[in-house]
Design a protein around this ligand. Structure first.
Ligand SMILES: *Cc1c(COP(=O)(O)O)cnc(C)c1O
Length: 399
C-alpha cells in the first residue's frame, strides 16, 4: 500500500494482495512442503534471481509471507521494514541474538525483563562465550556505563516491561547506542505497534510475541522480528539453515486475529485504564503499576511515546502469599493462567506462577512480592471486570 493508513485499516488490508488465490477474500492456508517447477528453465529463472517465488517450505510460505508483510506494515506504516515470523516469541528473541552477537561479544539487558529472556542470556549465552550486563531499567546513565566499546554488540530492553510496566525513553537509548554504533532491540510485546512504534525513534529491531495481542485469541504461538531489510535478510537465511520456522496454520490464525487488532487494542487500552483507576482508589490495594496513571514513574515518557497503555495492570494488595491467592480464587471472569493479550481476561500471581521455586526472600530481592497480582484485561466490558474485582477484594480476608 502506497498511502499511509491508520493501524486499524492497515491491520485489515496491509500485506495481503488485493486479489487473492481463487478470488477468495481471505488469504489461503498453503499447506505445502515443496513447490513445483514446470521445467528446468523455470528453476533457472529462480536460481538466477530473476523471479520471486517459493521453492521449499523451510525457505518461505505464502501464508507466512502475508502475515510478515502485515506485521511490517503495522510497525512501519511508511514502509522500509521487513518482518520475519518465528515459531514463538522466545525464538524471535533467541535466534536474533544468536545471529547478531558473536562469541566473545557482550550484550546489555534490563533487570525488569521477561524471565526466559534473562535465563537465555544468563545460561545459554554464557555457555557460548557471550557476556552480558544487567542494568536497572530506564537508567540511561547505567546504560552508558555498561557499554564496552568494541565488544558490546546489542542493547536489549522491553517496553513496557513485565510486571512493572516500566517504559524506557527510546530516544535516550538510541542516542547512547549510536555513539558506539551498537544495535538496539526492543521487545515491545506489551505495547504492540498500535500503542508504540520503536522504529520511529531509531530502534533497530522490534520483537513481538505474536502469541499475545497480535494473535489476540490465545490460540497460537508465534513471534516476529521487524527491522530494516538489511538486518532481517541474514536472520531469514539463518532461519532457513536452523529450521526453526513458523507454520502456515499459525500464520493464518495470526492474519485472522489481526483483522480486529485496532478494535481489540482500543478496548484493551480502555479496560486497562479503567481497571487501574478503580484499583488505585480501592482501600485494600496498596499499590498500582500502570503507565497510564500519573503515579507511575514513567507516566510522562509513556504519555509522550505511546498512543495507549495496554491492558496489563499490576497491583499489590493487603496480605501475604496465601491471602493474595485467596483473592485470585474469588474472581469469576478472568481465568487464572499465564499469558496476556487475548480476548479473555487473565489473572496471575507472579510469586506462584513464574517464581514458585524461589523463597519469599529471594523473590523480594528481585522485586517480585508475594502480594503482587498481574491482571491482563481482555476485551470484556470494563464495568463487569471492575465489579468482579470489587467483590473479590471485598471477599478475601487479608489476614
Ligand atoms: C510472552 C512473552 C515472550 C515470549 O513469547 P512466546 O510467544 O511465549 O515465546 C517474550 N517477551 C514478552 C514480553 C512476552 O510477554
Amino acid at each position: 500500500m502506497s498511502v499511509e493508513f491508520g493501524p486499524s485499516t492497515a491491520a485489515v488490508h496491509a500485506g495481503e494482495p488485493r486479489q487473492r488465490a481463487y478470488d477468495a477474500i481471505t488469504t489461503s492456508v498453503v499447506h505445502a512442503s515443496t513447490y513445483t517447477f514446470a521445467n528446468s528453465a523455470e528453476l533457472i529463472e529462480l536460481q538466477a534471481g530473476r523471479v520471486v517465488r517459493d521453492e521449499y517450505g523451510r525457505y518461505g510460505n505464502p501464508t507466512i509471507r502475508a502475515a510478515e508483510a502485515k506485521l511490517a506494515a503495522l510497525e512501519a506504516p511508511q514502509g522500509g521494514a521487513a518482518a520475519l515470523l518465528c515459531p514463538s516469541g522466545m525464538n524471535a528473541i533467541t535466534s536474533t541474538i544468536l545471529a547478531l552477537v558473536p562469541t566473545g561479544g557482550h550484550i546489555i539487558l534490563t533487570d525488569d525483563c521477561y524471565r526466559r529472556t534473562r535465563q537465555f542470556v544468563q545460561t545459554i549465552l554464557v555457555r557460548l562465550g557471550i557476556e552480558h550486563t544487567v542494568i536497572p531499567v530506564c537508567d540511561t546513565q547505567a546504560l552508558a556505563a555498561a557499554i564496552r566499546p568494541g565488544q558490546t554488540g546489542l542493547i536489549l530492553s522491553e517496553a513496557p516491561t513485565n510486571p512493572y510496566l516500566r517504559v524506557t525513553n527510546l530516544a535516550d537509548v538510541v542516542a547512547v547506542a549510536r555513539q558506539h554504533q551498537i544495535l538496539t532491540m526492543i521487545d515491545a510485546t506489551f505495547a504492540t505497534p498500535y500503542n508504540m512504534r520503536p522504529l520511529e525513534y531509531g530502534i533497530d529491531l522490534v520483537i513481538h510475541s505474536c502469541t499475545k495481542y497480535l494473535g489476540g485469541h490465545n490460540d497460537l504461538l508465534a513471534g516476529v522480528v521487524i527491522g530494516r531489510p538489511a538486518l532481517i535478510q541474514p536472520l531469514r537465511q539463518e532461519q532457513g539453515i536452523v529450521g526453526a520456522i513458523s507454520d502456515p496454520q499459525s500464520a493464518f490464525l495470526l492474519l485472522r486475529g489481526l483483522k480486529t487488532f485496532g478494535l481489540r487494542m482500543e478496548r484493551h487500552n480502555q479496560n486497562g485504564l479503567a481497571v487501574a483507576q478503580f484499583l488505585e482508589r480501592h482501600p485494600r490495594v496498596t499499590r498500582v503499576h500502570y503507565p497510564g496513571l500519573p503515579s507511575h514513574p514513567d507516566h510522562a515518557v509513556a504519555s509522550a511515546q505511546m498512543r495507549g497503555f495496554g491492558g496489563v495492570v499490576s497491583f499489590e494488595i493487603e496480605g501475604d502469599l496465601e491471602a493474595t491467592a485467596r483473592m485470585l480464587d474469588l474472581v469469576k471472569i478472568p481465568y487464572i493462567a499465564p499469558s496476556l493479550g487475548g480476548v479473555e481476561s487473565l489473572i496471575e500471581q507472579p510469586a506462584i506462577i513464574s517464581y514458585y521455586e524461589m523463597t519469599t526472600e529471594q523473590r523480594n530481592a528481585i522485586g517480585i512480592y508475594d502480594n503482587l497480582v498481574r491482571f491482563a484485561c481482555g476485551v470484556e466490558d470494563a464495568q463487569d471486570l471492575i465489579a468482579d474485582l470489587a467483590q473479590a477484594l471485598e471477599g478475601y480476608m487479608p489476614a
